[in-house]
Ligand binder design. Structure first.
Ligand SMILES: *Cc1c(COP(=O)(O)O)cnc(C)c1O
Length: 301
């Protein structure tokens, strides 16, 4: 049996109104939904997405979890922190096997996660082949019987877990937009599905060239609820050069935001969502009168 992470964190996560001069001028109200404060070992949206998977794995009698990620994946780190020795991380890039571990992979190993480095071609084949019984059998032979969580942790269970963030936001209506950064789309899929009628969700893509994300979010919503919710959009204009990139303009914005509000901001995702809100405030996606709730999906590194 899997031992689920304990103790349970304090939920619901806090909701904090912020007074931000630039947004006030645009007629937009800002609030932060502090999911970065939930979970101690497994932070933010990774906690929301992972817990339903771990519960399902335990109920199905699994004792181990296998998942996929790159060398800097927050998801890999989260799974390692959650179930440590009961986890296998299939890592993209066989050249990394013999190199010194980066801090993220070193931490995963320290938690007891077994790392399996595979070539980029094999990684793609395994990651994209999870519906193929032959691929599952290959993974089972290599790593034993495992509950398999896809790359980035996004599946139907993860989307349901993410919907709880939206469910905690009461009193939403037609002037509300709930905004989050998008990596694989599971968080946006859940948040949008969890909103009451009238409220909308806006995702900010943290990756460049991620035009497939709309299809991914729709697929995840259909897998979890049998339909898409139709109340969401994805902004592709604020990835700032792509995943992991923090261009000087984004860094300046994030540093100024931190100084104004006295809190630190994770750069690869959360800063991009906040920057997008500042850029889009007053425009057609966030017209004057909008109350925007930015979900702080994870803590600073
Ligand atoms: C992983 C992550 C995301 C992206 O979530 P998806 O469900 O993959 O879209 C956003 N913000 C933070 C801080 C993350 O770690």
């Amino acid at each position: 049996m899997l031992t689920l992470p304990a103790p349970a964190p304090s939920l619901p996560s806090p909701l904090t109104p912020l007074s931000d001069p630039a947004l006030s001028r645009a007629g937009v109200e800002l609030r932060l939904k502090r999911d970065d404060l939930i979970g101690d070992r497994v932070p933010g949206n990774k906690f929301r997405k992972l817990m339903p998977n771990l519960r399902a794995a335990a109920e199905a009698g699994h004792s181990r979890v296998l998942t996929f990620g790159g060398a800097y994946s927050h998801h890999i780190a989260a799974v390692a922190a959650a179930v440590g020795p009961a986890s296998v991380g299939v890592i993209r890039g066989d050249e990394l096997a013999t190199r010194p571990r980066n801090p993220s992979l070193a931490a995963a190993e320290a938690h007891g996660m077994r790392l399996a480095f595979v070539s980029r071609a094999d990684y793609r084949r395994l990651r994209d082949g999870l519906d193929d019984p032959a691929v599952r059998e290959e993974l089972r032979r290599a790593h034993g019987r495992c509950w398999i969580v896809p790359e980035g942790g996004s599946n139907a269970l993860a989307a349901r877990g993410a919907a709880e963030t939206a469910a905690e936001l009461t009193g939403l209506g037609p002037r509300d937009v709930v905004c989050c950064a998008v990596g694989t789309g599971g968080t946006l899929a859940g948040i949008a599905a969890g909103l009451p009628p009238g409220a909308r969700a806006l995702g900010v893509a943290a990756l460049r060239g991620a035009g497939y994300l709309e299809g991914e979010v729709a697929r995840l919503q259909t897998a979890a609820w049998g339909r898409t919710s139709g109340n969401w959009a994805i902004d592709h204009g604020h990835h700032g050069g792509g995943y992991g990139r923090v261009q000087p303009e984004l860094e300046r914005f994030a540093a100024a935001f931190e100084a104004r509000h006295g809190l630190r901001v994770e750069r690869r995702y959360v800063a991009k969502a906040l920057f997008a809100v500042h850029r889009l405030a007053g425009g057609p996606l966030l017209p004057p009168g909008t109350r925007v709730t930015v979900v702080v999906t994870g803590p600073p590194d």
